[in-house]
Design a protein around this ligand. Structure first.
Ligand code: SF4
Length: 234
């Protein structure tokens, strides 16, 4: 094992890194955080899930807010939900009778969409669970509250590589203090760190501000209401 319990980085930074490496560095090194409508919406969804509880049936056990960690990767976090499906080809799990397939579930706000950073974060949780339980995990789900739908993600070798690369890159950022340069993209429009990332007096800052103002507030508000109205059926 490469790392110790007191030397772990939050898994969620993997997601930040694959959204934008500069954003991850600003959060990790500069300790910047700024809420915007997207981060607030995400917080509302997680507050619903973050009440640790268990559901137990003969063929399904669901644990919410389960702490996970990997001493190999040097990462820790909280899995929104971990589901254990009864499966005769599955694994023996300590303190449980029978055999089980273990499947992590990550909750996100908004509509079903393809976001690599979420898939990497989910795969990071799967790798943590594998290390903790001595099993292999083949799939996970991302639940989108706006649609009340789950998207299945195969925890394939490509995603596993990205988890390892991302964890290494975060360590390097922390060790060197190097913050990647600004890369202006469509992501800047929805990034809560826009104002901290580049000064508004700069051409990039003025462009980002303009894009933000143009963005329809009604669309964002609707997406939050969709999430809120999705209620407890997570
Ligand atoms: S504003 Fe753009 S470049 Fe800056 S941290 Fe956010 S996404 Fe990255």
């Amino acid at each position: 094992m490469k790392y110790t319990e007191d030397n772990l980085l939050p898994l969620s930074y993997l997601s930040q890194y694959y959204y934008c490496p500069r954003r991850a560095a600003l959060l990790l090194i500069e300790r910047l955080w700024s809420d915007n409508i997207h981060t607030m919406s995400g917080t509302i969804i997680h507050q619903r899930v973050d009440k640790a509880r268990q559901e137990k049936r003969s063929d399904l056990i669901r644990l919410t807010s389960l702490p996970v960690r990997s001493l190999e990767l040097g990462l820790f976090g909280v899995a929104d939900s971990v589901e254990f499906f009864a499966d005769q080809d599955g694994y023996k799990i300590e303190n449980l009778k029978g055999r089980w397939e273990v499947v992590p579930v990550e909750y996100k706000h908004g509509r079903v969409r393809d976001e690599l950073e979420y898939e990497v974060q989910l795969s990071g949780q799967a790798i943590c669970l594998e290390e903790m339980l001595g099993i292999t995990i083949h799939r996970g789900y991302i639940y989108y509250a706006g649609d009340r739908r789950r998207k299945e993600v195969q925890v394939a070798s490509k995603l596993r590589q990205l988890v390892e690369q991302g964890a290494r890159a975060l360590r390097e950022m922390l060790a060197t203090g190097n913050i990647p340069p600004v890369t202006v993209s469509s992501k800047c429009r929805e990034c809560s760190l826009g104002d901290d990332c580049f000064p508004l007096s700069s051409p990039q800052g003025r462009a980002a501000k303009k894009r933000k103002v143009k963005t329809s507030a009604a669309r964002y508000i609707k997406s939050i209401w969709d999430d809120i109205e999705s209620g407890e059926e997570l």
